[in-house]
Design a protein around this ligand. Structure first.
Ligand SMILES: Nc1nc2c(c(=O)[nH]1)N[C@H]1C(S)=C(S)[C@@H](COP(=O)(O)OP(=O)(O)OC[C@H]3O[C@@H](n4cnc5c(=O)[nH]c(N)nc54)[C@H](O)[C@@H]3O)O[C@H]1N2
Ligand SMILES: Nc1nc2c(c(=O)[nH]1)N[C@H]1C(S)=C(S)[C@@H](COP(=O)(O)OP(=O)(O)OC[C@H]3O[C@@H](n4cnc5c(=O)[nH]c(N)nc54)[C@H](O)[C@@H]3O)O[C@H]1N2
Ligand SMILES: [Mo]
Length: 761
């Protein structure tokens, strides 16, 4: 059936049954096909082979960790990493002619997929006040103009500096230095929409805002691995290889997810014969089809079941030595669990008491447990308490700070963790700011800055003059699309450093700049010679990344060059911007002085595979919390209350996208081809709503501040839990109110949106 998208073009959308296995030969043919179409046969293959090798570049896709140098395969990449690389290494170009023929108004009518498919940006472009078209501008003029507008503000807090997580440590450090030298902590980043809830919960309970396991803990040690609210088959495909290794040595794997994702089934590893020709490996032992937002109830129920087992046989379930020595707060948590009612846990989690107790038995049988999670947990109102409850769960049996155990938030963007480590945060602690002051001799601002949501509010209310983005697609990735787009238009100047044209570049302020930069795959030559950058993965390994390809256009500049160039324009060269741009090791030396754990940065990052940053809980069971102990917390069980006739909608990524970048219109593993405006619904809900598979519906969300509508989605029968629906991001972001955010972390609640369905208008 033909479907019409926003552009009015007909597309051939087809839906079918979800797949029960992943990768295999099809994954390889898809990889090769996409790479060849974008880059040509030779350039494509050469680029792919340098991916994630010790002397190559870091995959720009997800933040999964690389195996130790000796264990890397010749092809150490996945289908989706390959797509990300081919997307960047494409031969297509968007030059001045393109902008001369297409007005901004015309481009705004097009969808994100078609904009990015035009190819790489080639030279700086300027949209003058009142102009209809972007026109070329020199780098000098572009940087001068930005500096002039920043200087003209009467308060440095009228500027915002957004970062997306592909930015290297070097560019990120220079960028935060620029913002703080200017006098603001307004450094929102994509992490605010991503793992902020994980950071908040982990900092409070174990004193470190990131995961504390290693890749080897997963592959070699863990006896039980729980994969919660995460879709590794699509979003971290190389994790399947690690899970396969774990499985083959006898580990148990449990998936907790409303959807039966293909990655939980049989895995046909493309890197070995068993995977390609043989039966593959069944990865998960069990899939718990949890209700959307039911995870706090589930983990509280699990802890209640562990408590019951401990009380039945005292001293056999809890790790009392560990708890007595390293933790506080157990008694209060125990009283909380005692008061729990099973009927309520079953209702909120959508899982039976029996299934939860069976899981508790698996937990008790395992000497070491890892919990991995991603966006299925972080983007809900109660995300922070949910993750705190996971920490409770791990602490009870001492599952932290020993081999094969611990919390493992699996990061999204390839360097989102590193950006935070080197200072991209609107509320970096004073210890960091003190070091920054000592290193550079100025007093950084101490008042916390704006995060992503607060920054949108400030722009909406006319409190921001300059919005600067180092990468990303702010207008499309954030909630409440209509509000955000108007907010951006309220700024005097919007500046985007980017590789490809996207929606955000068309939601401009009075004046706008588009600054094209080098990507990961490209060689970065500065006056001081060829440069490399560094990144940190989800397991806190810091390593080097060197591009191999010739830059997509001679006019491209590196992110470091752009940021330091602006720094010099604004402040002169007192802080040494020119030196930093000439030789990135100068920036690494500054990082070494300011951020703990980077001693001998230059030497250690030169080792194959790089080095691991220290994390107290992992390294020595030290917990740098307020009390110096790991903290049990009390997390009253909550879940979103859904009124009758409404559904709880979660938003997910398709197999053919990277965040707002849509590579193609298929979602192979979920049986969808040729379109994205699909809403997955439970069969009984369809019947109850008097709908049929294939009907066109509008998704409508009603919040106190009004109705929001996403038109024309194909209702699709799918094995989701009763009352739960799923659709794709970013199309659904129009439905999410700006004010609907998680407690403490302020992350938009993009995984629990209350909606009703109406026949498409
Ligand atoms: N190919 C590809 N790779 C990517 C990305 C991409 O877009 N494409 N994005 C990158 C980024 S920035 C990130 S943050 C990660 C995202 O990685 P994921 O978090 O794995 O990606 P999502 O598609 O958001 O999927 C969330 C998963 O959680 C499940 N889920 C939804 N709601 C709930 C819930 O209430 N409870 C539970 N238990 N599960 C739920 C969904 O069914 C889905 O399987 O991937 C990174 N890697
Ligand atoms: N409804 C809903 N909304 C969500 C989510 C969700 O699950 N559901 N997930 C959230 C999450 S986890 C995240 S991380 C955010 C993502 O938010 P962002 O990080 O802001 O968005 P991306 O789509 O990753 O950004 C893509 C753009 O980055 C630019 N780009 C690509 N490579 C480079 C580079 O090397 N340098 C520079 N300077 N630019 C580059 C390109 O121009 C491309 O168009 O979205 C969030 N929004
Ligand atoms: Mo993310």
């Amino acid at each position: 059936m033909a479907e019409h998208d926003r552009t009015g073009e007909a597309s051939e959308l087809r839906t079918g049954d979800p797949k029960t296995s992943s990768v295999g030969v099809r994954g390889i043919t898809e990889t090769v096909k996409y790479a060849r179409e974008e880059t040509g046969p030779v350039r494509g293959l050469r680029t792919l082979l340098a991916l994630n090798q010790v002397d190559g570049f870091d995959c720009p896709s997800c933040a999964w960790a690389d195996p130790p140098p000796g264990e890397r395969k010749h092809a150490e990449f996945c289908e989706n990493g390959a797509k990300a690389v081919a997307w960047e290494a494409t031969r297509k170009r968007v030059g001045r002619d393109f902008f001369a023929t297409h007005s901004v108004a015309q481009l705004r009518e097009r969808d994100g997929h078609s904009l990015e498919a035009e190819g790489r940006l080639t030279e700086p472009m300027h949209l003058a006040p009142g102009a209809t078209h972007y026109t070329p501008i020199s780098w000098d003029d572009a940087l001068r103009l930005t500096a002039d507008r920043l200087r003209a503000m009467d308060d440095p807090n009228r500027a915002v500096f957004y970062t997306s997580g592909r930015t290297s440590n070097e560019a990120a450090f220079a960028y935060q230095l620029l913002a703080r030298r200017l006098g603001t902590n307004n450094l929102p980043d994509c992490s605010n929409m991503c793992h902020e809830s994980s950071g908040a919960a982990l900092s409070e309970t174990i004193g470190v805002g990131k995961g504390v396991v290693t890749l080897q803990d997963i592959t070699d040690h863990a006896e039980l691995i729980m994969v919660v609210g995460q879709n590794p088959g699509t979003c971290h495909p190389r994790m399947l290889t690690a899970l396969e290794q774990a499985k083959r040595r006898g580990a148990k794997i449990i998936a907790v997810n409303p959807l039966p994702e293909a990655g939980f089934g049989r895995f046909h590893n493309p890197q070995n014969v068993r995977g390609l020709a043989g039966p593959g490996t069944q990865l998960t032992d069990r899939h718990l089809p949890i209700r959307v937002n039911g995870d706090l109830a589930f983990f509280a129920g699990l802890n209640r079941a562990l408590l019951a087992a401990e009380e039945a046989a005292p001293g056999t379930v809890f790790d009392h030595d560990f708890i007595d020595r390293y933790c506080d707060g157990l008694d209060a948590a125990v009283s909380g669990w005692r008061g729990l009612d099973w009927a309520r846990i079953e209702e909120l989690s959508g899982l039976t008491r029996r299934a939860i107790e069976r899981t508790a038995a698996d937990v008790i049988a395992a000497d070491s447990v890892i919990v991995c999670w991603a966006m299925g947990l972080t983007q809900h109102r109660n995300a922070v308490p949910t993750i705190r409850e996971i920490v409770n769960f791990l602490l009870l049996r001492g599952n932290i700070g020993r081999p094969g155990a611990g919390p493992a938030p699996i990061r999204g963007h390839s360097n989102v963790q590193g950006d935070r480590t080197v200072g991209i945060w609107e509320k970096m602690p004073d210890a960091f700011l003190d070091k920054l002051r000592d290193e550079f001799g100025f007093e950084p601002p101490r008042a916390h800055g704006l995060d992503t949501v607060d920054c949108i509010r400030a722009m909406r209310d006319g409190r921001i003059d300059v919005f600067f983005a180092l990468g990303g697609n702010f207008a499309a990735a954030t909630p409440d699309t209509a509000v955000t787009e108007t907010a951006l238009a309220n700024c005097a100047l919007t500046v985007h450093v980017a590789t490809k044209l996207n929606r955000s570049h068309l939601c401009h302020g009075t004046e706008a700049l588009l600054l094209p930069c080098l990507g990961r795959t490209e060689r970065d030559i500065q006056d001081g010679g060829e440069q490399f950058v560094t990144v940190e993965d989800s397991m806190a390994m810091v390593h080097a990344s060197r591009g191999r390809l010739l830059p997509g256009s001679p006019q491209l500049r590196s992110e470091v060059a752009i940021v330091t160039g602006l720094g010099r324009e604004l402040f002169g060269d007192a802080l040494g911007w020119s030196e930093m741009a000439r030789d990135y090791s100068v920036i690494r030396r500054h990082i070494e002085h300011v951020v703990p754990g980077f001693h001998a940065y230059e030497q250690r990052v030169a080792q194959p595979g790089g080095f691991m940053l220290p994390r107290g809980p992992h390294d020595a069971r030290t917990f740098p919390t307020a009390t110096g102990k790991a903290r049990f917390t009390v997390n009253p069980v909550t879940a979103v209350e859904v009124p009758a006739g409404r559904l709880l909608l979660t938003t997910v990524r398709s197999h053919d996208q990277f965040n707002t970048t849509v590579y193609g219109l298929d979602d192979r593993y979920r049986g969808v081809t040729g379109g994205r405006r699909v809403v997955f619904l439970n069969e009984d809900d369809l019947r109850e709503l008097d709908l049929h598979d294939g009907d066109l519906v509008d998704l409508v969300s009603d919040y106190p501040d009004g109705e929001r509508r996403a038109p024309s989605f194909r209702a699709t029968r799918y094995p989701t839990p009763r009352g739960c629906a799923a659709t794709y991001f970013p199309e659904a972001n129009v439905l999410v109110p700006l004010d609907s955010t998680a407690e403490t972390s302020n992350t938009p609640n993009t995984k629990s949106v209350i909606v009703r369905l109406e026949p498409a208008r």
